[in-house]
Design a protein around this ligand. Structure first.
Ligand code: ATP
Ligand code: ZN
Length: 213
């Protein structure tokens, strides 16, 4: 059987467009009919899987996908056993702590004993531990920014790019705990053939990046 490289990318969201664009700029042609969950490249031995970004590290760890494109934030938070192969330079954002704007925030010690709403309990926990702060991590699955204004939490820890979502919810950004961009991750159990295909793709990705700089 001939070797095929299975590439996982986000189906729809903030990573999708740039992920598809990068693959196309690498000269890989495929038909991505709307709503398709899987497609085959026509001029490179590859298949593209369209998934929720949170699921990509797990699929790559299990070897269902051989490589994937995901935010470092998600890759670090899910803590799967995968290799981070290359930084891709798009979907830059940061994971930050925000508090109500009227809060007279002086420093991380102010978070002692407080409750913080987040979808990133692992990264937040590590940050608090490193700063010897004991706070209550309140894990929720979305709409984190409204938590303080409805009295659900004292602070939030969420992804920020421009900061406008924080602002419009009466919050201010007080700590940045993690800086992120899209990365290429790979399974630790690739065959020689799969590795070779990944290296070919990586060479093209690097050429695309050089051409842009
Ligand atoms: P999915 O339905 O695939 O789970 P999602 O809603 O979890 O999607 P998106 O909002 O599409 O995820 O964000 C995907 C990734 O894009 C984030 O994990 C992050 O790495 C990056 N990103 C860049 N800018 C932002 C931003 N302003 N807000 C959120 N994520 C951003
Ligand atoms: Zn997601």
């Amino acid at each position: 059987m001939s070797t095929i490289l299975r590439i996982a990318i986000q189906k729809s969201g903030r990573l999708s467009e740039d992920s598809l664009k990068l693959i196309k700029e690498c000269g890989i042609r495929f038909d991505n009919g709307a709503g398709k969950l899987k497609t085959s490249a026509t001029n490179f031995p590859a298949e593209i899987l369209f998934l929720r970004d949170d699921d990509i590290p797990g699929y790559v760890e299990d070897g269902v996908a051989h490589i994937g494109i995901v935010g470092e934030n998600v890759s670090e938070e899910t803590h799967r056993d995968v290799d981070t192969v290359h930084k891709l330079g798009f979907s830059k954002c940061r994971l930050s702590i925000g508090v109500l704007r009227e809060h007279d925030y002086k420093g991380v010690q102010d978070l002692e004993g407080k409750s913080i709403a987040t979808t990133y309990p692992r990264l937040l926990g590590e940050y608090l531990k490193a700063n010897s702060v004991h706070a209550n991590i309140h894990e929720i699955s979305g709409s984190v920014e409204i938590a303080p204004s409805i009295g659900l939490a004292d602070a939030v820890c969420d992804i920020v790019s421009s900061g406008s979502t924080l602002l419009s919810n009466g919050l201010k950004e007080v700590e940045t705990i993690f800086r992120s961009e899209a990365v290429l991750i790979a399974s630790k159990h690739l065959s020689e053939g799969q590795k070779e295909l990944m290296d070919q793709l990586l060479f093209r990705i690097k050429s695309v990046q050089v051409a842009k700089n």
